[in-house]
Design a protein around this ligand. Structure first.
Ligand SMILES: Cc1cc2nc3c(=O)[nH]c(=O)nc-3n(C[C@H](O)[C@H](O)[C@H](O)COP(=O)(O)O)c2cc1C
Length: 121
């Protein structure tokens, strides 16, 4: 399954690199991209726990292929809205959240996403 991701300052990109070389990944630029295969979204959280605008645009246009999400946030700086994009994606697109993670993540969060990809490909 494809991994589509959005990264503003590099954390999510580093997380995606930890998934390994075999992952078929694509970075969202402006949200106008189209995919014709199933994918998971991995995104950061924007202001007040929101979905980044270009990610929401992309997901609305490609929702039929969206299977799950993993979301980064900053727990120390935003304890009340930590990884808040996760709940919003789950509610708006009716998909499971694989994991939320702090910053560039690692360890168990990486394993959770790798397992999901293996189980669903
Ligand atoms: C303007 C701004 C608002 C943010 N708001 C939140 C937030 O509400 N909740 C949260 O958990 N993280 C928030 N973050 C933190 C980012 O989601 C977090 O640092 C993430 O790891 C960034 O990923 P990236 O480096 O791939 O862009 C915010 C960051 C910025 C710059």
């Amino acid at each position: 399954m494809k991994v589509v991701y959005a990264s503003r300052s590099g954390n999510v990109e580093k997380f995606v690199m930890k998934l390994g070389r075999n992952v078929d990944s694509m970075r969202i630029a402006d949200g106008s991209e189209k995919v014709d295969e199933d994918f998971i979204i991995i995104t950061y959280t924007d202001g007040v726990g929101s979905i980044p605008r270009q990610v929401e645009t992309f997901l609305k246009a490609n929702r039929d292929h969206l299977k799950a999400a993993a979301v980064s946030g900053n727990e120390r700086r935003f304890p009340n809205t930590f990884a808040g994009a996760a709940d919003k994606i789950a509610a708006m697109f009716d998909v499971p959240i694989i994991v939320t993670f702090d910053g560039e993540g690692g360890g168990d969060a990486v394993d959770d996403v790798v397992d999901f990809l293996e189980e669903n490909s």
